[in-house]
Design a protein around this ligand. Sequence first.
Ligand code: URA
Length: 189
Amino acid sequence: MAHYDWATLYEKLSCCTDCALAKGRNNVVIGVGNPVADIMLIGEGPGRDEDMQGYPFVGAAGQLLDKMLAAIGLDRTKVYIANIVKCRPPQNRTPLEDEAMACLPYLRAQVALVRPKIIVCLGKTAALYVYDKDIHITRDRGIWRIKKGIWILPTYHPAALLRDQSKKKEAWEDMQALRDKIKELDIAL
Ligand code: URA
């Protein structure tokens, strides 16, 4: 794995053309939050608002995410947030496998720099590439797994919660499980 410092990573990504998503972007959306956080959240990819503003989760799904974090005493100063792909897929479609694979080395570099104790995968795409190829988010959400010493929790994507209110109860259970794990690991916030 290539080792980057933040400055080199930002420099490399700002002019990245490793996949076709580069053509349609306004901004490369790298990450937001605390770069040495114990908790990292990973989404799918930038939408319209994120592409325009250059930061992850600034649109409607991001506002819901902020509320969910606030409910367990977290905010963007206490977590680091990134996505599987850093450029907006056309019409917000799911990133293609080759796009995700092209971008994963940069996400791995971010994880290596942040060194989180916990990673929360927001939705199937994040869980698929971070966690397990056989993920079924409805089956596997809320189940902790440990990978290379990092606790990983898959949960629903906030955009899925906006579309389907019936998922909110389980999403709230997952937030409580996150809060409990933070306590268990003695993570100072
Ligand atoms: N959805 C994502 O997965 N990531 C964002 O940054 C915004 C919406």
